[in-house]
Every structure is written in structure tokens, then in C-alpha cells.
Design a binder for this molecule. Sequence first.
Ligand SMILES: NC(=O)c1ccc[n+]([C@@H]2O[C@H](COP(=O)([O-])OP(=O)(O)OC[C@H]3O[C@@H](n4cnc5c(N)ncnc54)[C@H](OP(=O)(O)O)[C@@H]3O)[C@@H](O)[C@H]2O)c1
Length: 286
Amino acid sequence: MRVLVTGATGTVGREVCRALLARGVEVRVGARPTSDVPAVLPKVTDVVPFDFTEPPSPSVFGGIDAFFFMTPLIEDQVPISQRVLDAAEKAGVAHVVRLSSRSAGWDHQSKLRAWHRMIDESVQRSSMSSVILRPCSFFQNFIKYQAKTIRSMSSIIIPQGDGLVPYIDAMDIGEAGAECLLDSEKHDGQTYVLTGARAYGAKGVAAEIGRVIGKPIMFIDVDESAAQDAMLQAGNPPWLVEAALAVFASAKAGLEAAVDPSITELLGRPATSLSEFVERNREAWT
Ligand SMILES: NC(=O)c1ccc[n+]([C@@H]2O[C@H](COP(=O)([O-])OP(=O)(O)OC[C@H]3O[C@@H](n4cnc5c(N)ncnc54)[C@H](OP(=O)(O)O)[C@@H]3O)[C@@H](O)[C@H]2O)c1
């Protein structure tokens, strides 16, 4: 079996690749020429040029049985995704596992969440068997977006109030993705909401990181407009800033706290806990 993975150098894609390789599956990575795949996935040798912003060449999907389909944070992702799905279908790919977002299921205001929902619907309309993965916020956001301020200011600075989120480890999503890619018969037509086993506030995450690295870390509940200004000044496009603020606002409003059992059912074990995640990644914050 050969699986094509997009976004393979990213937070989730790399974990999907690792989980597939550990199961002896042949992995093809579709990546931009600028992408340093060997640095992230040294065991992957089948790397084909693939840029979401350009029509995919037939070599991308040739000989592929299943496709892990994530979309990067780009603005035209709905029509771009349709083009990618059409190419996969035309090449005879049988099965697709789509990385979506939990809030695509209920938030009809945020642009990015609406785009996720529209792409999910395109996947479900295709002739391929399909699985939709809808994870909540990743634990890895505390590395990708917060490590710098944790290191330099001993703080997590986000407009999240006391909002609780059952953060999920991207490694667990990768394992779940591999399971859904490899057993299309069992999972076809399913939409899985993926969360951790317990919801945490940003204050609790800060305290746990501080405990593990041996230095107190504060949670600063910054005002939403100040967070918006900072993100815009950092050069983020308005639609992406809106998307990020929507995540914090819904957490603050208590809309993100629910825990879903799907990950335990898919993996046959509990989701990775906050302590396990922080211990495994302690060097990211020191
Ligand atoms: N963060 C969260 O908490 C969260 C929660 C739920 C859902 N999601 C969804 O998860 C997705 C992001 O996944 P992620 O965090 O794993 O991604 P990520 O870490 O941001 O990585 C992006 C990946 O996409 C690749 N990429 C970027 N632009 C590309 C292009 N034009 N053509 C081809 N490849 C391109 C990057 O490759 P190179 O840079 O190496 O070229 C990289 O592999 C989004 O759809 C997001 O909405 C995120």
C-alpha cells in the first residue's frame, strides 16, 4: 500500500508519516521545492513536487492507494482543495483521510471554519471512500506559537480567559490518521472529533510547563484587541487573525471544553496527557 501525505513537514503531517512508516507502509510526500523533507523525515525517499497553489502534476497521485489531505493556512483553500480532490479522483485514488477542524462542525461565523466545512463536504461528495478528522486545538500550539514568549518572558500571552480546551497531541492525530488510512472499510464515511482526555485552561498549561522546566510560567490573559493588533503588526493576513481570535473567543466562551472519546476508540489507549506532552517536549521551552 502506498499513501500520499500533504503537509508532511508540518505538525500533523510528520506524525502521520511516522505512524505509517512504523507500520511498514510506503509513504510518498508531496512537498514544495523549498521544503526540507529529509530534515524532518529522513526515512522518506519518495518525494514529489507539489504546491497547493499550482495544479498537481499526474505524477503526484500515480500509484497512490490512499491520500492524507491537509490544507495549509492559505486563503483560496476551497477551490484549491477541489482541484486537488479532482486530480486524486482522476488518478484512481481509492481513499482519502481529511484533516479538518472540530469547530467546522458548529461554527458558521469564522471564515476558516466555514472553509474547512466546505472542503469536508467536497471530500464527502467525491467518489473516494473518506474519513474526516476534526481535531480541537493541538498541544503543539504551545510550542509553535508560544515557545518564544515562554522562553523570553516566562509567559503564555493569549486572549483566552478561563476557557478550557481538551488539547490534543499531534502525535495522537498522526496515529489516528494512519489507522483511518489503512482500514478504509472500517472507517469509510466517518467523521471523528478528536480531543484529548481532559480539558485544561491556559493557566494550567503554563503551570505544567513551569513545573517541568523548573521555572514559573505565567498566563497573561491579554485583551482581544491587543492580541489582534500584535498579530496584524506581525504581518498575518486579516482572515488568519480573525481565525486565531475565533479559537480563543470560543474557548473563552466555554464552547471548546467538551471531551470526545473517539481518539481512545481509534487508538485503543487514552489520549496523551498534558504532563506526557510537556515532559516529551521540555527542551522546546528552555
Ligand atoms: N493548530 C491547531 O490547533 C489546529 C486545530 C485544528 C485544525 N487545524 C488545521 O490543521 C491544518 C494545519 O496543519 P498543521 O498544523 O499540521 O500544518 P503546519 O504545521 O502549519 O504545516 C503546514 C504544512 O503545509 C505545507 N505547505 C504550506 N504551504 C504549502 C503549499 N502552498 N503547497 C504545499 N505544501 C504547503 C508546509 O510545508 P513546507 O513549509 O515544508 O513547504 C507544511 O508541511 C490547518 O488546516 C488548520 O486549520 C489546526
